[in-house]
Design a protein around this ligand. Structure first.
Ligand SMILES: [Mn+2]
Length: 274
């Protein structure tokens, strides 16, 4: 059974970030399945789309990653307005901000006006790294540890799939067990909310910390679209301006997973909107 995005409920905007194409941790199968079913007027790529840091360390570009790029270009060609806001892992592309490539608009940040008139500051979120004061050495160690956790997590994931369990992220779970990581997330959320507040806006849409979330922070709607390394999440806006987080691992039976399992897992939708 496959939960497609219904055509009649065409989305107004979809925000995705932290795809990390070119990095082994990218869940390209889920991402491709999501993009192929997507019917949205606007698609916003909120940074860390191509992981140039990882590609500079070692070149990794499997066909599935190329297919993701093709799927995004196909959406742009078929009338979806695609906006790309580069993040820190693809910051080389920030030089192109204000320009356009293959019909895709490149922006450093921008203000998104939702259908209900609410205005959101859209940016990747590494801008707040200074505000949350994460020590440099710890940051490098954190990135190395994150790679190791994702690698270990893939082993756990393979076993869970064979046992018929759903998607689960070791790295995501561990981060919640570490008080420092929780404090980092909270400080990031406050810094992001205050940036929107300073601009007199209603909310902020960002990514960067791989933590999908919609909640009120200091009177500001804080929306984080998550990532496609751990959570396979997207932030969607319907034609009434309602924002919803979806987890594609809960919505789709991916080809590789379907092949590995005798019976497909039941589909459970996390989102509230139809
Ligand atoms: Mn980032």
């Amino acid at each position: 059974m496959r939960a497609a995005i219904p055509k009649r409920a065409r989305l107004r905007t979809v925000f995705i970030s932290d795809l990390h194409l070119g990095f082994r941790g990218c869940q390209a199968d889920y991402l491709l399945d999501f993009l192929q079913q997507l019917d949205t007027a606007q698609l916003v790529l909120v940074g860390d789309i191509v992981d140039l840091w990882s590609l500079k360390r070692s070149v990794y570009w499997p066909p599935a990653h190329q297919d993701v790029v093709r799927a995004i270009l196909a959406l742009a060609r078929s009338g979806t307005q695609v906006v790309y806001v580069p993040g820190n892992h693809d910051e080389d592309l920030r030089e192109l901000c204000g320009g356009e490539i293959a019909g895709i608009e490149i922006r450093r940040d921008f203000i998104h006006e939702a259908a209900d008139g609410r205005r959101y500051l859209v940016l990747h979120g590494d801008d707040f790294d200074g505000a949350v004061k994460f020590p440099g050495l710890l940051k490098d160690f954190g990135e190395w540890l994150y790679d190791v956790l994702l690698w270990a997590g893939r082993g756990v994931q393979a076993v869970r799939r064979r046992c018929g369990f759903g998607h689960w992220s070791l790295a995501s779970w561990l981060k919640l067990q570490v008080p420092d990581a929780r404090r980092y997330i909270e400080r990031f959320e406050h810094a992001a909310a205050h940036a929107a507040l300073r601009h007199g806006l209603d909310g902020v849409v960002c990514g960067h910390i791989h933590r999908p979330e919609i909640r009120m922070v200091d009177g500001i709607r804080y929306c984080n679209d998550g990532d496609w390394v751990e959570h396979c999440s997207a932030l969607t806006e319907d034609r009434h301006g309602q924002l919803t987080l979806i987890r594609w691992t809960d919505r789709a039976a991916v080809r590789s997973a379907a092949a590995a399992e005798a019976a497909p897992a039941p589909v459970a939708a996390l989102d509230t909107a139809a």
